[in-house]
Design a protein around this ligand. Structure first.
Ligand code: HEM
Ligand code: HEM
Length: 163
């Protein structure tokens, strides 16, 4: 994989677009959870724009995550900060990998439930919710730690493009 100095404009835009979409998915989960309860009770579900936003937003997360992975392969991503101890480098790598996995598994399980009527997929979708929340919280805390404690300018990588 190539090793550029920083992220490209597209990589940065996709990172922040996904961050906003993930927040929206959590904020707007109630209508689809309610609609799903109705489906399970065998009731008819009327069209609701908020349900559609959850479905469309989730599908966008999937598309953007796959786009990011393709860019990672073709263009690459910057190496971790040189001063970072090896165990932390590995922790960051595992954390990013897990975030990519959930950016794919959340929409896939949601779609399998919603379009395929697979009850188990809905349970998996719900079970992954705390995992995603915890990972994002640790990820944000690590970014803030770099910004305010280590002051190593890591946050700049997700602000200033190196095209
Ligand atoms: C306020 C929220 C967020 C902040 C401050 C933040 C900050 C950052 C920063 C500074 C990096 C660069 C790390 C590096 O170059 O080593 C990064 C990378 C990354 N972020 Fe975030 N992030 C946020 C939200 C999210 C969310 C919601 C997700 C996904 C659910 C996410 C997924 C990722 C991934 C996968 C990478 C690695 C990108 C790569 O190298 O391919 N981030 N983030
Ligand atoms: C990254 C993408 C997604 C995130 C973060 C997300 C998040 C959530 C959350 C937090 C809930 C509420 C779970 C609860 O009741 O405690 C939920 C429910 C649900 N979502 Fe998603 N969702 C995503 C994508 C999708 C997609 C693409 C679909 C359908 C195509 C979908 C379908 C559903 C369904 C059917 C429910 C109700 C069943 C359940 O509670 O598990 N989701 N989602």
């Amino acid at each position: 994989m190539p090793s550029p100095k920083g992220y490209s404009r597209t990589q940065i835009a996709l990172h922040w677009a996904v961050a906003v979409l993930i927040v929206l998915q959590f904020v707007l989960h109630e209508p689809i959870a309610h609609a799903w309860d109705q489906v399970k009770d065998g009731l008819a579900v009327d069209f609701s724009p908020l349900v559609a936003v959850h479905v469309f937003g989730g599908v966008l997360v999937l598309a953007f995550a796959l786009w990011r992975l393709a860019l990672r392969k073709t263009r690459g991503a910057p190496p971790p900060p040189a001063a970072e101890p090896a165990p932390l480098k590995m922790a960051a790598q595992i954390g990013h990998l897990a975030l990519y996995a959930l950016m794919i598994l959340m929409p896939v399980s949601g779609a399998a439930a919603w379009f395929g009527g697979v009850d188990f997929a809905a349970e998996v979708h719900e079970a992954m919710k705390p995992a995603l929340l915890i990972l994002v919280a640790v990820h944000v805390a690590a970014s803030l730690w770099h910004q305010f404690w280590l002051k190593d300018g890591l946050m700049l990588r997700m602000k200033r493009a190196e095209d």
